[in-house]
Design a protein around this ligand. Structure first.
Ligand SMILES: [Zn+2]
Length: 317
């Protein structure tokens, strides 16, 4: 049986379609012509012959509160399609099969399956709530997008910093600290994001915190464990966005140049995440709950209520 997909044009990737719609956009219509990655989702389990032999517990999976992964899945897709070579690099961390299937599902507009892929392949069981209701399994992703997405990128952003205590009798003179995420704390400074990032990576001298030690601890420059990653996510949750003067478009991380690609935003009142990202310099806003969920913005977004900033590695050219 030949199956036709009327909702998507398989000769073009979803990314190419979005890019084409940016170029053909007129003033009246600033939304992409069809919904992309809508909030929630219903996944129907295809019962095979084996299913007849036992009573299935459920035949459907209902997804709830998926905004904690939706914005990032959208940005991840754009990053991978926009940068040749990034899928191969990400495959080292997440597996070749995962990356290929992810891109295939997004290009096929199979949005519920792409979320199921993330949930089953990347998330651990303790990261979401699930319960059986009548004939459906409900998976609720209510929570924090850093727990649900950023934490599940394996060692992609792992950085390491060594430290040595000046006190010879220190119980743990030499130490190695590995961090798998990059948290940005607010600093009272003129150029706060750059300073906070520099502080995260730079060598420093602190009082040793080992019990009974009064030495000084020298921290080396922090380095990426597996080389500079194709993209980095800065966790901005602890940032006071009302004090944010501007978001830098370029960042130097470990001697590599990174460019701002997008951001995820968090609305506290609604406990809802959305995302903004750019393609060819045009900024778009994505919100899975809206009916027109991908819209073109007239100007770069304000980037208030930040949850994350996403930077991609600039090519060496
Ligand atoms: Zn010490």
């Amino acid at each position: 049986i030949q199956v036709y997909c009327f909702s998507c044009d398989l000769s073009k990737t979803l990314f190419e379609e979005i890019r084409a719609s940016l170029n053909n956009n007129d003033e009246e219509d600033r939304s992409f012509w069809r919904p992309v990655l809508p909030w929630g989702g219903v996944f129907t389990i295809k019962a095979g012959r084996k299913a007849l032999s036992c009573t299935p517990l459920y035949v459907k999976i209902n997804l709830k509160n998926t905004c904690t992964i939706d914005g990032f899945l959208m940005i991840l897709y754009v990053i991978l399609r926009e940068n040749q070579g990034f899928p191969r690099e990400l495959a080292v961390f997440l597996g070749k099969q995962f990356v290929e299937y992810f891109l295939y599902l997004m290009d096929s507009c199979d949005y519920t399956t792409v979320k199921m892929l993330w949930i089953w392949d990347r998330m651990s069981r303790r990261q979401y709530r699930s319960e059986v209701r009548k004939t459906a399994l409900e998976i609720d992703l209510f929570g924090n997008e850093h727990d649900n997405f950023t934490e599940n990128l394996e060692s992609l952003m792992s950085t390491m910093q060594e430290s040595l205590c000046t006190n010879w009798s220190c119980p743990a003179r030499f130490q190695e600290f590995i961090k798998t995420t990059i948290n940005i704390r607010h600093l009272p400074h003129r150029d706060p994001i750059k300073s906070a990032v520099d502080l995260h990576f730079c060598p420093k001298l602190l009082l040793c915190s080992e019990l009974g030690c009064d030495g000084l601890r020298e921290f080396s420059q922090r380095v990426f464990c597996h080389g500079p990653p194709p993209f980095v996510i800065l966790n901005m949750q602890q940032w006071k966005s009302e004090e944010l003067s501007y978001v830098p478009y370029h960042l130097a991380l470990c001697q590599h140049r990174y460019l701002l690609e997008g951001a995820t935003l968090f609305n506290k009142e609604e406990h809802h995440y959305s995302a903004a990202f750019q393609i060819d310099g045009c900024w778009m806003h994505y919100d899975g709950l809206r009916s027109d969920n991908l819209i073109l913005l007239h100007k770069p977004p304000e980037l208030l209520l930040l949850s994350s900033l996403i930077y991609i590695r600039a090519s060496d050219k």
